[in-house]
Design a protein. Structure first.
Length: 491
């Protein structure tokens, strides 16, 4: 592969179905602005050219996608994970079902709450939008190693692969307007990982669907990983399990969008040498029924939104890592940030690896679980304290919906219990084990009503994917609503 290459054309159906069109309709209510986003002239030109090109490449790939979903391996795997009724659908209908689910996936970006680039402090005290590493660096006076090393490589990827505007000095933006031509990296969470983007931080922000669909420039795979594995003369350092098919990643076959993406789905499968049925089972079967393996965590679509991600309108909700932040002062800052912005905050047990293994990253993910059935990755709960300060409410009529009375006190008791657990471990000079965090999570689930547990959106479950966060086990949708005072929120 050459550095300027990016993804192949292996499939796609026309995106004309009425349901998909409805899913992608932008209805900005909470935190609405006159425009959902602000882009530079270069970014707008990039997006304008991409939309038609992606649609064309997706359309001509339709027969290949239908061929894959009609194949014996795909139908057998889907039958095992989601049942024979789904697996026996006609190829065109099955491809459309897959497309509709992809249109609902969360587009997420992770950062370390106490990190040195984007961080919780930067989010709270910064310029009021989600910053790229270039923007944070310019604000903090970094010299970016003079544009050498990784900074030069990242600059090449963003200009030669994605088409963003070059800096006046390679790998070294001098002023904020230059840095603002670049955007943060996001991922389309195809495997519906419960904690969002665990390889990149303990906080994950979820982008508004309209913004992701209209402004997202999408690559079939992680471009940083591609640079290391396919654009380097020395690959002897690569861990086992990182052997992509580099020829499947070609710019001549185009990038894509989150409205025209079928060619990217098949390119992703070809690049990683995995069957498309892996992601289909996570998307089409009940959440968590198909356990994750470590390699699933790196098989995402990479997304760069060509827009300024202004707070609060660009963000739909936030996910915090329970083992890393629950019961901490940093976790309390995360709660306050979300409440101030009007965002729902979810907590997730996530990977729960334990401190002995250290945080997971792109280059360690494949080893997690030794490629066996590892985690259901289906553990989320709503923070009721933050929820009461937002406009979000459950819109169903289930008699099991919990009452708000007493929830704050119960949640605070769990919070203080986690804080004590951390302090006791620190006093004994050891970390809290992942077994302890799993037990603490179970205790919290027993303490809170079951209907505060959250499932991600699936196609057809909620009518408004722009403003709905997900569903609870009773099928009620948790959605932001216009004109609601926080005191009226029903939990």
């Amino acid at each position: 592969c050459e550095r300027s290459e990016v993804c192949p054309p292996e499939a796609a159906l026309p995106l004309s179905a009425a349901m998909l069109a409805a899913l992608l309709t932008a209805v900005v209510v909470q935190g609405a602005l006159a425009s959902p986003w602000r882009s530079t002239p270069w970014q707008r030109e990039l997006l304008n050219g991409l939309q038609d090109d992606a649609r064309h490449r997706s359309d001509i790939a339709a027969p290949a996608l239908e061929e894959v979903v009609s194949g014996g391996e795909f139908r057998s795997a889907l039958g095992d994970c989601a049942g024979p009724d789904l697996a026996e659908l006609p190829a065109a209908e099955l491809a459309q079902r897959l497309r509709e689910e992809v249109a609902t996936v969360e587009v997420v970006s992770g950062f370390q709450a106490d990190g040195f680039e984007m961080s919780l402090s930067e989010a709270i005290h910064g310029p009021g939008f989600f910053e790229s590493s270039w923007q944070v660096g310019v604000r903090q006076g970094q010299n970016f190693s003079g544009g050498e090393r990784w900074y030069g490589i990242q600059d090449d990827v963003e200009t030669k692969v994605y088409g963003f505007r070059p800096f006046s000095h390679h790998g070294y933006p001098q002023i904020m307007p230059e840095a603002s031509e670049r955007t943060p990296y996001f991922m389309a969470n195809l495997f519906r990982v419960d904690v969002g983007s665990p390889l990149y931080g303990d906080v994950s922000v979820v982008l508004k669907p309209s913004l992701a669909a209209e402004a997202g420039v999408v690559s079939c795979a992680d471009t940083g990983g591609w640079t290391g594995m396919c654009n380097s003369s020395d690959t002897s350092w690569m861990p086992d399990g990182y052997k992509p098919k580099c020829s499947a990643y070609k710019k001549s076959n185009g990038l894509g969008t989150l409205k025209s993406f079928d060619h990217l789905l098949l390119a992703n499968a070809a690049y990683w040498r995995v069957p498309l049925s892996r992601v289909a089972c996570r998307l089409l079967a009940p959440w968590g029924q198909t356990p994750l393996v470590g390699s699933d965590l790196i098989h995402y679509l990479e997304v760069m939104p060509a827009a300024e991600l202004t707070f609060p309108s660009a963000v739909k909700f936030v996910i915090g890592s329970f083992p890393d932040l629950f019961g901490t002062s940093t976790g309390a800052k995360l709660q306050e940030w979300c409440a101030t912005k009007g965002w729902v905050l979810l907590w997730s047990l996530g990977l729960n690896l334990g401190d002995d293994d250290g945080p997971a990253n792109f280059w360690t993910a494949v080893s997690l679980g030794d490629e066996g059935a590892w985690t259901a990755s289906n553990r989320r709960v709503v923070d009721p304290v933050v929820l009461a300060r937002t406009s979000a409410a459950f819109n169903g009529t289930s008699p099991q919906r919990p009452s708000p009375q007493g929830l704050g006190a119960k949640f605070e008791a769990a919070w203080q219990g986690a804080n004590v657990t951390r302090r006791v471990a620190a006093a004994a000079n050891h970390s809290v084990s992942n077994v302890t965090w799993a037990l603490s999570w179970s205790d919290l689930m027993e303490l809170l009503p079951a209907d505060l547990r959250m499932l991600p959106l699936q196609a057809g479950f909620c009518s408004d994917i722009e403003n709905c966060v997900g569903t609870n086990p009773s099928g009620d949708c948790l959605c932001y609503r216009a004109g609601i005072e926080t005191a009226e929120v029903v939990i």
